[in-house]
Design a protein around this ligand. Sequence first.
Ligand SMILES: [Zn+2]
Length: 478
Amino acid sequence: MRNFFWLFFLFASTLLFAQQYDLVLAGGRVMDPETGLDATRNVGIRDGKIASVSASQLSGRRVIHAAGLVVAPGFIDLHQHGQNLASERVKAFDGVTTALELEIGAPDVAKFLKAKEGHSLIHYGTTASHLAARALIFGTPLPDGTILPKSGPATDQPATPDQIERIQQRLRDELDAGALGVGMGIEYAPGATRLEVIDMFRVAAERKLPVYTHMRSAGRFDLGAIQSVEEVIGAAAISGAPLHIVHINSTCLHDSLECLSLIEGARARGLDVTTEAYPYIAGMTAINSALFNSGWREKLGIDYGNLVLPDTGEHLTKERFEELHNSNKQQWVLVFANTQEIVDAIIPNPLIMIASDGAEGHPRNAGTYSRVLAQYVREKKTLTLMEALGKMTLMPAQMLERSTPEARRKGRVQEGADADLVMFDPQTIADHSTFEKPMEPSVGVRFLIVGGTALIDDGKMVDGVFPGRAIVGPGKSR
Ligand SMILES: [Zn+2]
């Protein structure tokens, strides 16, 4: 009898061992930017978490052989506008496991979170939108499905003190609904005074949350990129809110390196200022927005012909521009305003996180991350693979830690971290999206694990799984 029990115990523990992990990624090149680990390891996943990173063999209910593949934290995109399935799909093939609308913010946080719950391929979240709050208080709420207001009184007029208070209250309510910070597209509301900007930073600071901002202006105008950086650094210093300046490439253009040195200076003085860029020479935005109020050609240093419609490739003329700018219909337009030299100088800068600013119509939606790995790591060799991964995983995760402690479990391949992982071939990963074919998926991502669930399996999208979960700020108790 005793022997029987002993045998039974041995048998049971062997069974237990055999099923120790739900999923094992065996023998891949595990790269973790925080610890610097870059070695062949086995990763054991259980209940959506990384339970083991080990040199010893692990057994699991499923084992994926990862030899020849890099196993890295899934990429975290702080700046993603396209939040539908088509965009989530191309983000996944680009290695992204989390894509957040932080630059501008969803116009209604509760509605955004509810619509995506159980329907998202990858993790999602949003800031509270200053532009939407302003439009609402001015009596012209944003039409469904849009995030940028049409140029008009709600964008161009200064708000009264009473309106500013009501905008602040709306932002507080949106933070209570789970926003990760305040999103401010200042260039899209040129009527906002310096004081209005500071007052919005103060709302973020009350909750110790960051402001993500598309700054007031580009270029070398009387009020250009340098003054715009000063404005938001000033507001951060005055209010105490952490500041994240989005797409420094497309706002600072020829002054990008100077803008980076301003940020470096602010950080050296103890301010919490961060930034990001995407690896393309063109931007994209709504043509009827206030970004194209009169003076835009001087501001951006470009002409009508540098504006291109994404669907048709049509280069605009003065007449066509005026027709579209004055229209109520929101039309995206590609804005060719930067040079390859500037983009190449920005991307490797240690302050730069990679963020896509993605939406349908621009190749950055589908190709940003693979493009950095192909062009800057493999071809130009201006970044090491570990440095590039840091810009795509650890740095954005650390940025998110200002909003939620949950982010400490993201952007890492470590025991206890969330099992959001990308497995790709470093020799072949590449973007295939172009300005002509912007939704062409990237190649090279063989597996994408989102919260422990395989979303891309052996290079193919798995149908019918929606492992994306909300990432919310402290306002929403979970
Ligand atoms: Zn922007």
